[in-house]
Design a protein around this ligand. Structure first.
Ligand code: FAD
Length: 440
């Protein structure tokens, strides 16, 4: 038995961890009859990728099976990381069509959470670029679920609760260079931040960092980072010769748990102000390499140890378009009033809802992180209530503590998800600590 948690390191669970190397291993695990869940690279923040019974470590299934270099179509096993895909195909001009804020996620994890990137408002989620998935169900049989089929739509966003994803076919995006033209714009108020994102809705990538410490009229001031892949013509002559060359940066590692006090209210307030003023100094377009633009947090490996042994919690909700302005204002007011400033407060625009259980809905999403302590847990209860009041829902890939009643009140799709699980035999077999907590 081993104690295992999600990326937030909050409340580890005792589980038996077994490394899967092929379909036969997965079939044998299922035949054992113990409740189990698949785990990719453990980048979900909470308890979705750990089971109180058996946890299947899918990183042993990491073979790339075929690649169509004309169309950028890849067939690969679920344990392949996006970082592996980038290393193999980026030099040939192919990049993931949708990527979350870390490249250290597995294909299985990206599919099970139907992850979103900075381009959801134009391209949709990861699932929009998946042609099919092969899933091993409760009976041990492998089903190939084509895009648009019922099993496909439940599996994208189904958090591993429909079965074990073995393989998938995904489409990559052609790019001419490894550079992003980033347009940084500072705003003075929350209304201005949202106005800016509405006005730039056709930007391929868009994300805003919000200062969630400042109160009063400047509450919600932010830095919007718009982006698009640079073409060859955007590069200065010296970069054109090797358009995919990525500047070498040191990769740092946090070798020890920092004491929880290192990230206290004062340091977080100072960080928010410094980040805002630093960003304001560099407005307008400039070239940023792909790694820095998409994955700034990957520059420090194990950065999740920065919050100390108790770990940390993410809160991420989505609010429908019509409720986004008052809802975001209410969330920020509650945070500022609590004195528990989040270090990372990220606002993104979402496009249309897809799939049966995927998180995004047309509107806005806010992601925040807090150290795991009683004050944060209390604040998050308040944020739950505000989200519910504004017709919003919560992201299961970030959740580690939501009560079942909140999930049920937020998401009218829960009953149909439960019925599908009962009918397919998935209910008693595919079980995570999260699905038990939420009664899924
Ligand atoms: C720094 C950072 C930034 C992030 N930014 C974003 C972001 O911008 N957008 C976003 O959407 N998410 C984001 N995330 C969350 C992350 O993308 C998701 O949690 C993703 O699911 C993690 O993939 P993983 O391989 O680590 O999966 P795990 O954490 O191991 O598992 C996540 C879920 O996938 C299921 N799963 C994994 N593999 C399989 C499989 N083979 N078959 C069936 N189910 C499986 C698990 O059961 C679990 O429910 C971020 C996470 C971090 C740490």
């Amino acid at each position: 038995m081993t104690r295992l948690a999600g990326w937030g390191r909050f409340r580890p669970v005792e589980t038996r961890l077994a490394r899967m190397r092929d379909d036969g291993d997965v079939a044998a695990a299922l035949a054992g009859g113990t409740a189990l869940i698949a785990r990719g690279n453990g980048r979900a923040y909470g308890d979705s990728a750990v089971s109180p019974g058996l946890t299947l470590d899918m990183r042993g299934m990491d073979r790339m099976l075929s690649f169509d270099a004309d169309r950028g179509v890849l067939v690969a096993e679920a344990g392949v990381l996006l970082a592996d895909v980038i290393a193999a195909f980026f030099p040939q001009g192919w990049f993931p069509a949708v990527t979350p804020g870390t490249k250290f996620v597995s294909l299985g994890g990206a599919i099970a959470a139907d992850v979103h990137g900075k381009n959801h408002h134009v391209d949709g989620g990861f699932g929009a670029f998946v042609d099919w998935v092969e899933v091993m169900g409760a009976d041990g049989r492998i089903a190939r679920a084509e895009a648009g089929s019922e099993l496909f739509d439940w599996t994208l966003g189904g958090m591993g609760l429909t079965g074990v994803i073995l393989r998938a076919q995904i489409r990559l995006r052609p790019v001419e260079t490894g550079w992003i033209v980033q347009d940084m714009r500072a705003t003075q108020t929350l209304a201005a931040t949202i106005d800016m994102m509405e006005a730039t809705n056709d930007a391929p990538y868009s994300v805003a960092w919000l200062d969630c410490v400042t109160t009063g009229v400047m509450m919600g001031r932010g830095l919007a980072m718009l982006g698009r892949h640079a073409g060859l013509e955007d590069l200065p002559r010296e970069k054109r010769r090797k358009p995919f060359a990525t500047p070498q940066k040191p990769v740092l590692r946090l070798p020890v748990d920092l004491p929880a006090a290192a990230l206290n209210g004062v340091t977080r307030r100072v960080f928010n102000a410094a980040y805002y003023w630093n960003g304001r100094r560099k407005p307008g377009p400039r070239l940023v390499d792909w790694d820095s633009y998409f994955y700034p947090l990957d520059a420090i490996l194990d950065w999740n140890r920065g919050y100390g042994r108790a770990g940390f919690l993410q809160f991420q909700c989505a609010l429908p378009q019509e409720a986004a302005r008052p809802g975001m204002a209410a969330l920020l007011e509650a945070i500022a009033a609590s004195g528990e400033a989040s270090v990372l407060s990220v606002l993104k625009r979402f496009g249309a809802e897809r799939g049966r259980f995927s998180f995004p809905m047309a509107g806005y999403t806010l992601a925040l992180d807090f150290p795991a302590n009683d004050r944060s847990l209390k604040l998050m209860e308040r944020l739950d209530a505000i989200t519910l009041d504004h017709g919003g829902r919560f992201y299961l890939a970030k959740d580690a503590r939501m009560p079942r009643a909140v999930m049920e009140a937020a998401d009218g799709r829960v009953a149909a998800f439960r019925a599908m699980r009962a009918q397919s035999g998935a209910k008693g077999l595919f079980v995570s600590a999260q699905s038990e907590r939420l009664g899924l």
